[in-house]
Write a protein that binds this ligand. Structure first.
Ligand SMILES: Nc1ncnc2c1ncn2[C@@H]1O[C@H](COP(=O)(O)OP(=O)(O)OP(=O)(O)O)[C@@H](O)[C@H]1O
Length: 261
């Protein structure tokens, strides 16, 4: 495959031992727009993959295909060895293996923070209320918003709401967490508090796919950077290698633009 550089470092990484998420020959169109083109991507258990690239390159769509919020036209996706079906009950079950955190927090406005984090567990996993509450409180503690448990989302800052959204996604016990520009709707002073929670998850060995414009996070937390342009994975490498020695003209151009901003 021309134009694709796979880092050796990554293959040697002790964190990426076993394939957890495998996309093979994934293609997706929106009408005439070929938004994902022949995507082959394997994410190891415990690996943190940061996806970057110009606006409109297909990063969000890639993220959304991994839990089939978007259908695909061709190719296959499997999680932990199980192929992701296009629809049906099995899909709903497998989806709970994938925690998703979006740009906007999407919390239920009329439920408390605690209820927001409990809900999915009770509905999807059938967890008992008491156990769900205990787990939710532990998770809220972990993301640093335990003191806000009885409040409503609107009473929290954006950074706190996003941390609740992370706790809610974690409550399902996902095997992989997807983050789609989780800090881009936040005021600058709140970005770090969310990135820190993500850093902590990364250190704890959570498998993560993160679409972000936060290059500091990519440098410090990623095991691998995947660079996309025009619906393709143009190159992928360790952050050290990618940021110091991007191979493609597209990546060089992208980096010179964002780093001079
Ligand atoms: N539901 C949709 N229907 C039609 N076109 C879409 C839809 N969702 C995304 N697109 C288009 O697909 C392309 C890829 O979008 P996507 O959001 O995946 O890119 P992105 O790399 O995440 O961009 P950004 O960094 O701006 O969020 C864009 O041209 C976008 O306009």
């Amino acid at each position: 495959m021309s134009g694709v550089a796979v880092s050796k470092d990554h293959e040697d990484s002790p964190r990426a031992q076993e394939d957890l998420v495998v996309l093979s020959g994934v293609n997706k169109h929106f009408g005439a727009l070929h938004v994902l083109q022949d995507i082959d991507l394997t994410i190891g258990r415990g690996e943190v993959v940061v996806v970057i690239g110009p606006s409109g390159s297909g990063k969000s769509t890639l993220c959304r295909t991994i839990n089939r919020l978007e259908t695909i036209d061709a190719g296959s996706i499997s999680i932990d060895g199980k192929p992701l079906p296009a629809e049906g009950r099995e899909l709903a079950r497998l989806r709970s293996d994938v925690g998703m955190v979006f740009q906007s927090f999407n919390l239920f406005a009329h439920k408390t923070v605690l209820e927001n984090v409990m809900l999915g567990q009770i509905k999807v996993r059938g967890t008992e209320k008491k156990a769900a509450e205990a787990k939710a409180r532990t998770l809220l503690e972990r993301v640093g918003v335990a003191a806000q448990a009885e409040k409503y989302p609107a009473q929290l800052s954006g950074g706190q709401q996003q941390r609740v959204a992370i706790a809610r996604a974690l409550a399902m016990g996902p095997k992989v967490m997807l983050f789609d520009e989780p800090t881009s709707a936040l005021d600058p002073e709140m970005i770090n508090e969310v990135l820190e929670v993500m850093q902590q998850l990364a250190r704890e060995g959570m498998t993560m796919v993160v679409v972000t414009h936060e290059m500091g996070f990519a440098r410090s937390a990623a095991d691998r950077v995947v660079f996309m342009a025009d619906g393709r994975i143009v190159e992928q490498a360790s952050p050290e290698e990618f940021f110091s020695n991007p191979r493609s003209d597209r990546a060089k151009d992208f980096l010179s633009k964002i780093l001079h901003h």
